[in-house]
Design a protein. Structure first.
Length: 122
């Protein structure tokens, strides 16, 4: 598996899954993907889903089902999802070792030459 949750992120996700009737759907979890968009080329996507898509990579951490969009896997290899809570900003934060650039808000990123292996920009 290429996506890792911090304890804070897992706590928040468990709370959200329960609020969305997560105890009633056995396979309910989160689906993580990198989608085209944002100011740097890719945006992080994370949604609560009832089950994995056919080709998803599935894992479980902290009793949370994690489904990773297979085409996104090279871009998200090793990404750490954290949850921050503060007076000015609260939400999920992605730390991506593959990103060669990221916007200041941390919601979008790019990889060199749209290559899944991060290399310095030329």
């Amino acid at each position: 598996m290429t996506v890792y949750l911090t304890e804070k992120a897992a706590f928040k996700l468990r709370t959200l899954l329960r609020q969305n009737n997560g105890d009633r759907v056995r396979d309910r979890g989160i689906r993580v993907a990198a989608v085209h968009g944002g100011c740097n080329g890719f945006e992080y996507a994370m949604n609560i889903v009832d089950r994995a898509e056919t080709d998803d990579i599935a894992d479980q951490q902290y009793d949370i089902n994690i489904y990773l969009d297979r085409p996104s896997a090279p871009y998200l290899n090793g990404v750490v999802i954290d949850f921050i809570e503060g007076l000015i900003e609260s939400g999920f934060k992605f730390e991506n070792p593959n990103a060669t650039e990221a916007c200041s808000c941390g919601k979008s990123f790019s990889v060199a030459n749209c290559n899944p292996t991060a290399v310095p920009c030329s």
